[in-house]
Write a protein that binds this ligand. Structure first.
Ligand SMILES: [Zn+2]
Length: 467
């Protein structure tokens, strides 16, 4: 009790103002730092906000608004036309609302007119690099990040709850697509350095090089038809996933999924190859896929030297399908034959399997057709079904890793009841989801943010430096 009383007494004795002094000294320092961070006109509003957030993530937007406004007013106090050097006349002033990741601000942005050049200038907006609408780049990034994971409605709900901005799902929709527009494959895959680091980590202490797997597969997505009144359709998103096998562990590196043609898919693989992200001397490269023709055509063209694997389960399925028809009268033989055949494949006896199939006497026309199809299938993939050796080499036999990528990247977000997508919109969401799973979303956002412009005059208005 005595201690408490002592504290009370000392508090009363100490004047309030000394506490205030302490507080203000602290605030002064912070204000100073924030004032300097808003380095107009060398950086724009987005960059200023990023800098301010590093000092105080919960900075009062009013404070930033006041500093920005005062600085701009000082910079353009005696605005001159960059072309003719004449004093510019203020025509009118627009109140520009800027919704940002620290809150909403409003700037008074005057427009100028040069009578000699007969030209209008909006130096405030150009200096700040304001977006067209109220929503600024940093806010757009947050909107896109939310909409990539959930519906536009839910993203709008979260934004409204956090920022009290009253944004509609439609606006979140357009912000997200604007953010994804122009994003390319090369921006959403990791760099060669990132990949090398992972390869070296999982290679440590291993006697053989790790397996670098590419897996490809398609996923059907609900697409709104381009013509009015035409029925909706399902289109295939072609996906490729690159990962490393750390023993049986999948170490994800990259995913890229797009609704695209076979040729587009080939071009994507070329793009991945050109990026040189695979340390060829440190890994064993392999490609796994099901029987889809577009996959193997692309692999033969772009990665002809890599080990190729026909998905084991896909292959078993084909064997089973045939056996069911062929041994329809003798159901016990079905699984017996399938198991025997799988053992032969494991022992690299695909040629025997094919010869055996050809010798088989088929009772029905259907069985004969199925047999011929299976022969063709196995002949096409002869070099991809040496499962015994593949397993000993530590290669994957199943394409479960791409199937789960399809589920996470394509299905979860794009297959919702009643939702039909435009192809370009679906592809935009896919790009952003790939960026997210490839851990490249922030890099993507950083590339979109305008860089400091290094004091070049691009305003049509001469800048007066302020200190
Ligand atoms: Zn002029």
């Amino acid at each position: 009790m005595n201690v408490v009383r002592d504290i009370h007494r000392s508090l009363q004795m100490d004047s309030k103002s000394s506490y205030m002094d302490l507080l203000f000294a602290d605030l002064d320092k912070k204000f100073e730092a924030i004032f300097d961070a808003i380095d107009l006109p060398n950086i724009d509003l987005a960059a200023s906000i990023e800098a301010v957030k590093k000092i105080d993530p919960r900075v009062d937007p009013k404070l930033v608004q006041v500093i920005v406004q005062k600085k701009l007013d000082a910079i353009f106090a005696d605005a001159e036309c960059a072309a003719c050097g004449r004093r510019l006349r203020k025509k009118h002033t627009l109140q520009r609302k800027a919704v940002t990741s620290i809150g909403t601000m409003t700037f008074a942005c005057p427009y100028y007119f040069c009578p000699a050049c007969n030209s209008y200038h909006s130096p405030y907006e150009e200096t700040l690099r304001l977006s067209q609408g109220p929503y600024q780049k940093d806010f757009q990034k947050i909107a896109a990040r939310l909409a990539v994971n959930d519906t536009f409605e839910e993203a709008a709900n979260i934004l409204n709850e956090l920022y009290q901005v009253n944004i509609s799902p439609d606006t979140v929709h357009s912000l997200t697509h604007a953010f994804a527009e122009g994003v390319e494959l090369t921006e959403v895959i990791p760099s060669a350095e990132e990949v090398l680091k992972i390869v070296e980590r999982i290679s440590a202490g291993q006697h053989r090089r790790p397996v670098f797997v590419f897996a490809a597969d398609g996923a059907m997505l609900p697409i709104r038809s381009a013509e009015k009144g035409a029925p909706n359709i399902w289109k295939e998103a072609k996906g490729v996933r690159g990962y490393l096998l750390d023993k049986d562990h999948v170490v994800h590196l990259l995913s890229w999924h797009q609704i695209a043609s076979k040729q587009d898919f080939i071009d994507y693989l070329w793009e991945i190859r050109r990026q040189n992200i695979i340390p060829r001397d440190k890994v064993r490269l392999c490609f796994i896929g099901d029987g889809a023709g577009w996959i193997w055509e692309a692999v033969q063209e772009v990665f002809p030297e890599c080990r190729q694997v026909l998905d084991y389960y896909h292959c078993s399925h084909h064997l089973y399908d045939f056996a069911q028809i062929h041994f329809a009268n003798d159901p016990d033989r079905i699984s017996e034959w399938v198991e025997q055949t799988k053992v032969r494949l494991f022992h690299n006896n695909v040629q025997h399997v094919i010869s055996g199939l050809k010798r088989m006497r088929c009772r029905t026309e259907e069985a004969r057709q199925r047999r011929d199809r299976l022969v063709e299938y196995l002949s096409t993939h002869k070099s991809r079904v040496d499962y015994g050796r593949l397993r000993r080499g530590g290669y994957p036999l199943g394409s479960g890793a791409i199937e789960s990528a399809n589920k996470f990247i394509c299905h979860i977000r794009l297959k919702r009841s009643g939702v039909w997508w435009r192809v370009d919109r679906a592809n935009n969401i896919l790009k952003l989801r790939c960026a997210r799973y490839n851990r490249q979303f922030d890099k993507l956002a950083a590339q979109q943010e305008p860089s400091p412009r290094g004091g070049r005059v691009r305003h049509g208005v001469k800048l007066r430096r302020i200190k």
